[in-house]
Design a protein around this ligand. Sequence first.
Ligand code: SAM
Length: 275
Amino acid sequence: MNKFKTKKSLGQNFLESSQTIEKIIKLANLTSDSDVIEIGVGSANLTTYLAQSAKRVLGFEIDTSLMPILERKLNDFPNVYITFGDVLKLDLKEEINSKLANFENLTVVANIPYYITSPIIHLLLESGISFKNIILMVQKEVAQRITAKPNTSEYSTLSIYVQEFCDPKLEFIVDKSNFSPAPKVDSAMITLRQHLNQKPLTDVESEMKLVQLAFSNRRKQLKNNLFNLTSDPKKKEQISLLIEELFGNSKIRAQELSLMEYRKLLSKLRENGLW
Ligand code: SAM
């Protein structure tokens, strides 16, 4: 690693603690028939461990100045394939199919660049790929938001979005001292296990439109946020009654409803021609 100057703009905080890396490897539960995707290979600190535990590793890295380090460090690992480029601009599915033909037990294990946490999660969850597990290092606060339950201050549109696709779990906190350079915030490992029956993306999109409208002003009551759907006072009254009927309280706020309750609300709004 000597001489390499890390780039803050690319979220280059490399994981230096072998203890934490071993904990991640244990969590990933890889076997000799597992294929792995790693987003943001960096200086391959995690990659070499992944390569020793899995069948194949496909890593993505935007920074071509890491090439010489990676060539040297990965020379002994013929089961590692690196694609240089912006993971958000590549065709992920195509790349996986071509580099990891007939993949099995595909697991994502990555210490992702934090400045693009949300786009990476969208990319993975909307890829149409069935992963065995998605294991990500993210900022601690983001992990708390992703895994939050209703009626907590962390519960947000991101919690509901991720919970549309999977059952997220915060596995353990990783202190900032584990990285070089150390970031300003602590991190956490999360696992995202996809639901067996994935909803069509168009359904998720409609549900998320409602959730976003509901959360447009967190301090307002749900009905007041939904009143933006119409200028007709009669329809506003209908919305209020419908919320009362569904949840026994017309003063409820967005953060009190679960994903299932949002689904019920959307179908009632549709039935009544309000959506
Ligand atoms: N995996 C390494 C580790 O744990 O030490 C590095 C992790 S570091 C937090 C994130 C890595 O993602 C950096 O190497 C950075 O260059 C890379 N990166 C940033 N933006 C990227 C992008 N759009 N596509 C692919 N890689 C990216």
